[in-house]
Structures are given as structure tokens and as C-alpha cells.
Design a protein around this ligand. Structure first.
Ligand code: PPE
Length: 305
């Protein structure tokens, strides 16, 4: 990613992509204390629009508050940075990576509180789990790694260091020939994917884990709205791995993953072994919303102009 052309918003300035560097003694590089977001803009009939920008920025600020990072910019400045960077790069649809990190003023466990650096980068990024995955569904495995305990790492914070757990799980799944990992929580119930929330459909109802063990996903919130709109009851409950096996449909949600069906878990076919009917309807409505074809959700779109 580092040798591209374009601009990155870095501490309030649009800098050349290749110059958006940091020192090897950057605190976050050594200790993982940083917060970030994943945001998408989609091309719509009225031009590029950023989906739920305010909600993502709110979560970035909440993540920072949870881990104690004092962000040196306002929410308005971070929102404007997204608009500036998508325009500076002439992107019609893209993935954004806002991230705040401690710089290289000092090492040692305690960071320097006012040495906080902030970037917003944007690049074109297609289907996170593959176009075929969006259509046909992906193959997952229950991870041998446990998702974070809520008082060991702060699950509501989208914090850089939390993703070592995700990397270990995702890598293990890939090494086993699977597309993605599903992680259980410390009590053995289904938590989420390495970078996604998870939903289960059984007998026409939609189930998802409560948020005590998963990131409060913005796509998850949107899918819950869509489900209610189409008359599908949504139930938050503790879900066991064998409930996944006998489900009618299972799917992931995430800014990167969008709505990705899961067709197989631990070598067990899920339902009909491909994207199921309710997943298909939810996925279609999701793309209608983010691509500006559903006027009832216009309030979620920030047009870049
Ligand atoms: C652990 C986790 N759980 C759930 C979600 C879904 O949240 P939301 O995007 O608000 O619906 C994400 C987003 N994962 C981001 C990072 C992916 C990456 O590879 O980095 C994303 O989807 O952008 C997670 O990282």
C-alpha cells in the first residue's frame, strides 16, 4: 500500500502518499496503543457518498476515550478530513482508514499524552471477502483463539492492539484453507468474526450475539434496521457453535465485509450451502441503501460534492 500515488490527510495536512511516514520508534508501532476506523464511500446517482460518517467518527472518539487517547482534532475536523481526502484522490468509491496513534517522542510503556498523530487515508477497496463470497458465501472455521474478555481488552474500542487476536484467528483460518475465522468468547459462545459481526437465521428469525462480546458494528446496526423493515424479528442471544451448524443461513456484516453470506462452517454445509433467501434480501437492501437508491436512508449519506 505504501508505494501508491495520491494524498493522505496527516495531522491536518494533505501530504503526498509516499511521504506519509512515521519513525521506527513510534510508540504505537511498539505497543499497539492506537484507535482506528473502517469507513466506506460508495458511488451514488448523486456522486460519491460516505456511509454513516458521523457514526464512525463518534465511535473513533469513543474508542479514544476508552483507551485514554486525547484526540487533537474535533469530530467536525475528522469528518471534513474524510471529504477532503476522497476529493484529493478523485475517488468515486473507497475505503477510509482514520487512525490515531502515539508518535516517537518517547518509548516506555507510558505514552506521551500530547504526542498523538492522526491520519485519514482512502483507497479503492472492493469486496473484502471476495465478489464470489458476496454471491456464493464463504467457508469459515471456529477459531482456536478466544475473542477478548471484556475486562482484558476493551471490546468497545476499535483499538489497534486488539487486532493481534484477529490476525492470529484469521491467519489460522487461511492456513486451514478457510476464508475467515469465527471466534468464541471466553465462555465458549459465538462472539464475532476476526473483523466482522455475525448473524444467524433460523425459522425466519434473525439472531445475533449481544454486544458484550463484540464490537458495536455500524453495519450490524443497519442490518437490524433492514430486518425490522422487512418484518424479520431480531433477537440478541447467546449463540453456540452447534447452533451455527444447524442454522438456515449465517452471514457476516462489516464495513469492509459488507453483507457476506457464510455457506460452510467447520466443514458443515449451512442451510442450502449458498446465500440464502433472507440474506439475499438483506444484502440487496444494504447495497440499495449505501449506493443511494433508498431515499428513506438518505440521512446516512454524506455526499462528497
Ligand atoms: C472485530 C470487528 N467486529 C465487527 C466489525 C464490523 O463493524 P462495522 O464495520 O462498524 O460494521 C469490525 C469492522 N472491521 C473493520 C476492519 C477490517 C480490516 O481488515 O481492517 C472494517 O470492516 O472496516 C471488526 O473489526
Amino acid at each position: 500500500l505504501s508505494d501508491r500515488d495520491g494524498k493522505i490527510w496527516y495531522n491536518g495536512e494533505l501530504v503526498e502518499w509516499r511521504n506519509a511516514q512515521t519513525h521506527v520508534l513510534t510508540h504505537t508501532l511498539h505497543y499497539g496503543m492506537g484507535v482506528f476506523e473502517g469507513v466506506r464511500a460508495y458511488d451514488t446517482p448523486k456522486g460519491p457518498a460516505i456511509f454513516r460518517l458521523g457514526d464512525h467518527t463518534d465511535r473513533l472518539f469513543n474508542s479514544a476515550k476508552i483507551v485514554g487517547i486525547q484526540l487533537p482534532f474535533t469530530k467536525e475536523q475528522i469528518n471534513q478530513a474524510h471529504i477532503d481526502v476522497v476529493k484529493a484522490n478523485g475517488l468515486k468509491s473507497c475505503y477510509f482508514r482514520p487512525m490515531a496513534f502515539y508518535g516517537s517522542f518517547k518509548l516506555g510503556i507510558a505514552p506521551k499524552p500530547d504526542d498523538v498523530q492522526v491520519i485519514v487515508a482512502a483507497w479503492a477497496w472492493g469486496a473484502y471477502l471476495g465478489e464470489e463470497g458476496l454471491r456464493k458465501g464463504i467457508r469459515c472455521k471456529i477459531s482456536s483463539f478466544t475473542r477478548h474478555h471484556p475486562n482484558i481488552t476493551m471490546i468497545k474500542a476499535k483499538a489497534n492492539g486488539n487486532y493481534m487476536n484477529s490476525i492470529m484467528a484469521n491467519t489460522e483460518a487461511h492456513q486451514g484453507g478457510y476464508d475467515e475465522a469465527i471466534l468464541l468468547d471466553a465462555t465458549g459462545y459465538v462472539a464475532e468474526g476476526s473483523g466482522e459481526n455475525i448473524f444467524v437465521i433460523k425459522d425466519g428469525k434473525l439472531f445475533t450475539p449481544a454486544l458484550d462480546v463484540a464490537l458495536d458494528g455500524i453495519t450490524r446496526r443497519t442490518v437490524i434496521e433492514i430486518a425490522k423493515e422487512i418484518g424479520v424479528e431480531v433477537i440478541e442471544k447467546r449463540i453456540t457453535r452447534d447452533e451455527l451448524y444447524i442454522a438456515d443461513e449465517v452471514f457476516f456484516t462489516g464495513t469492509a465485509a459488507e453483507v457476506t453470506p457464510i455457506r460452510e462452517i467447520d466443514n458443515r454445509q449451512i442451510g442450502i450451502g449458498e446465500r440464502g433467501p433472507i440474506t439475499t434480501e438483506i444484502q440487496k437492501r444494504f447495497f440499495d441503501i449505501v449506493e443511494g437508491r433508498n431515499p428513506a436512508y438518505e440521512h446516512y449519506l454524506t455526499y462528497v460534492g
